[in-house]
Design a protein around this ligand. Structure first.
Ligand SMILES: [Zn+2]
Length: 281
């Protein structure tokens, strides 16, 4: 996709560093020429700026650290873990996430809450997914398992199909690109930087990460909840953080192995995202 480049300096001054972290004075963000995403791309948070209580538990066979905020279990900033997914009892024969919790026949049933503003964010994101993948979205009538898009404090989603009604929560600041990202979680995608092999591709600069956000940068085992890592780490993935995501000081939290920085991408699915979804679904 042809892209133009736009400095985000002006936006950073008004948005501030606490709610959205992908700002630095040097940073530029790739912006597509399509009108859908002509706004600053930022990493998603369920409750921007809020810190919950730190919890430890099991997700599938994986030990995880997550936050409890407003009664919800939040992993990596914007993934809401269902109670049924946490601390399973008995032997685990399969992990949650990428390998399970898939939508049968690649069909996601959904509704949009009438109170949600700018519903074109949802319909445009759905159109994008349907254009580039085999996943189909169908308005829910009586189906038991479905997603409701509704107003939220930030941008967040469950991971995979959890059974029953589940939500994708969208604050006014969540763009179409953020909505595409949250749908990725609902389909079972985790963040690209949590891949087991990520240290082959990136440096994590813990000293620059905002206090309380360190666990957004944890990597997970290939046989644990993160399921299968497809292909090589994809810097252009819509599920990947940018170099300055959750930075405490304007310095990068993630760089490539050569120390260079890279932009967060929230314009659309990358070729790697599409290939991964094709394998999953
Ligand atoms: Zn996310």
């Amino acid at each position: 996709m042809k892209t133009t480049r736009l400095s985000v300096l002006a936006l950073c001054a008004t948005v501030g560093m606490t709610a959205f972290s992908s700002c630095s004075k040097e940073q530029e963000t790739a912006v597509p020429t399509s009108s859908a995403a002509k706004q600053e791309a930022k990493a998603e948070e369920a409750y921007p700026g809020e810190r919950g209580t730190v919890q430890t538990g099991k997700f599938g066979s994986e030990s995880i650290v997550y936050q409890q905020i407003n009664g919800e279990n939040i992993l990596e900033g914007d993934i809401i873990l269902a109670a049924s997914q946490l601390n399973p009892t008995g032997p685990q024969t399969e992990s949650a996430g990428r390998n399970t919790g898939k939508w049968p026949s690649a069909v996601v049933y959904y509704t949009i809450d009438a109170a949600l503003p700018s519903q074109n964010r949802v319909t445009d994101a759905i159109t994008h997914w349907q254009t580039y993948t085999a996943v189909r979205f169908v308005k829910r009538t009586t189906q038991a398992n479905y997603v409701t898009f509704r107003v939220g404090s930030g941008c967040s989603s469950n991971i995979g199909m959890i059974g029953g009604r589940q939500y994708i929560n969208l604050a006014s600041g969540c763009s179409t690109g953020n909505t595409i990202h949250e749908i990725g979680h609902a389909l079972g995608l985790f963040h690209e930087q949590t891949r087991n092999d990520r240290d082959t591709y990136v440096n994590i600069l813990t000293q620059n990460i905002q206090a309380g956000y360190e666990n957004n940068f944890t990597k997970y085992g290939v046989s644990g909840y993160s399921g299968t890592d497809f292909g090589a780490l994809d810097f252009g993935s819509i599920m990947m953080y940018g170099s300055f995501s959750f930075s405490s000081n304007g310095q990068p939290t993630i760089t490539k192995k050569d120390g260079s920085t890279f932009d967060i991408q929230r314009s659309g699915l990358s070729a790697g995202d599409r290939a991964g979804i094709d394998i999953m679904y």
